[in-house]
Unconditional design. Sequence first.
Length: 139
Amino acid sequence: MPLLTFLAEMLESGKITISTKNAEALKIKASEKKIDVEALNKIIIKETLAATRPEGKNKGAVATIKGTINQIKTARSNLGMLKEVAEELSEAGITVTLSYKGKVVATMGSEANPKLSSVATGTKTIEINSPRKLVELFI
């Protein structure tokens, strides 16, 4: 059993708040086989995305193009990892939801019911509930 699925199955219920730079960033609430992650602000997400980008700005057009290509490759590999996690969660009967500003943005795992988003993600275990809020969260 993969580690993430094992940890999710062990987690029966509870709440945790994660803060960064003296501001609440995420609230995580678990009950039985459902985990709700609420993004309270974009700081932690922006910092996580920035960590995947190569350092160095204003190095010319060629460097910018190479950086963009590397970001696309990183996004593809992250999607592959995300798909694997979502499929493992689904097999274990576990659901994870991501919310922002009171609206569910994405659902992964057993309760995901994608329509058009399965074309973009390539799996039936990830549902993009609100594309607009998802883009807003990552910008």
